[in-house]
Design a protein. Structure first.
Length: 254
């Protein structure tokens, strides 16, 4: 954990640092310092940062070691399938989560090859963030629900609220609630429709939702506006915009 601001403010639970490899993102890149400046200007004082699809855990850790800016950061390790060394990586640094991206790795989260990463997270009490999207065969929310059933003592964050469309978000929220999966949280990153975020919160509860922006691909201000448009009461807004994430990632514990 680095940086030095007071706790209790807005926490962005989904921030990427580095350069993107996927051609669609045209090599877009930000440094840790550039990301910190954007977050701070948006009124965000804490964030969970993770590599881009380059998977450069070492580069991100190196940047954090020399960082002394205004935003406090926790860090998530980018996992790959069948990685027997991930336990050593997690022990070597103060990681607060593990990130799994089924689409980029071409392996669904319920596949056995993710067992080393999920098991390593479980042994260390770390949550697992799982990218979910429209590619249902590879990154469908239903596959994450299966993984959450299979690993009941692991806390999972369903990124993009289960998929970047209102119908997927709603179905994902219903799936979490109907299965009684108290080990699944939903991240709001990239969801533009405030009304479907509000409906999902009504289904799973404000205590199961984490604000995320998906910066450096998105502007945090845009997605803070989505939360503001919902009109949550003060307690629910505080939980979604920071309280839930700070507790989940042990952010205020050192």
């Amino acid at each position: 954990m680095v940086g030095s601001v007071s706790t209790g403010g807005i926490f962005d639970s989904h921030v990427h640092v580095g350069r993107w490899v996927l051609p669609d993102f045209r090599g877009h890149s930000t440094s840790l310092e550039q990301s910190a400046a954007v977050l701070a200007s948006s009124g965000i004082d804490g964030a969970l940062v993770m590599p881009t699809d380059s998977g450069d855990n070492a580069g991100l850790i190196g940047s954090l070691a020399s960082y002394a800016g205004p935003v406090r950061f926790a860090v998530a390790a980018w996992a790959i399938p069948d990685d027997s060394a991930i336990g050593g990586l997690l022990d070597a640094h103060d990681f607060r989560a593990v990130k799994i991206h089924p689409s980029f790795c071409r392996v669904p989260v319920n596949h056995d090859s993710w067992s080393p990463a999920i098991s390593a997270a479980r042994q260390r009490g770390l949550p697992v963030i799982v990218h979910c999207g429209r590619w249902q065969e590879m990154a469908g929310y239903g596959l994450l629900l299966q993984a959450a059933d299979a690993w009941p003592d692991v806390k999972f964050v369903m990124a993009h609220m289960g998929g970047d469309s209102p119908s997927l978000v709603l179905s994902a929220a219903v799936g979490v609630a109907s299965r009684g999966l108290r080990n699944v949280f939903m991240g709001t990153e990239s969801i533009r429709e405030y009304w479907i975020v509000a409906e999902a919160i009504g289904i799973v509860g404000a205590d199961r939702v984490l604000f995320g922006s998906d910066h450096n691909l998105n502007s945090p201000v845009s997605f803070l506006a989505v939360i503001d448009a919902i009109g949550l009461d003060e307690q629910a807004r505080s939980m979604v915009l920071g309280g839930n994430a700070r507790k989940l990632f042990g952010f205020d514990n050192g």
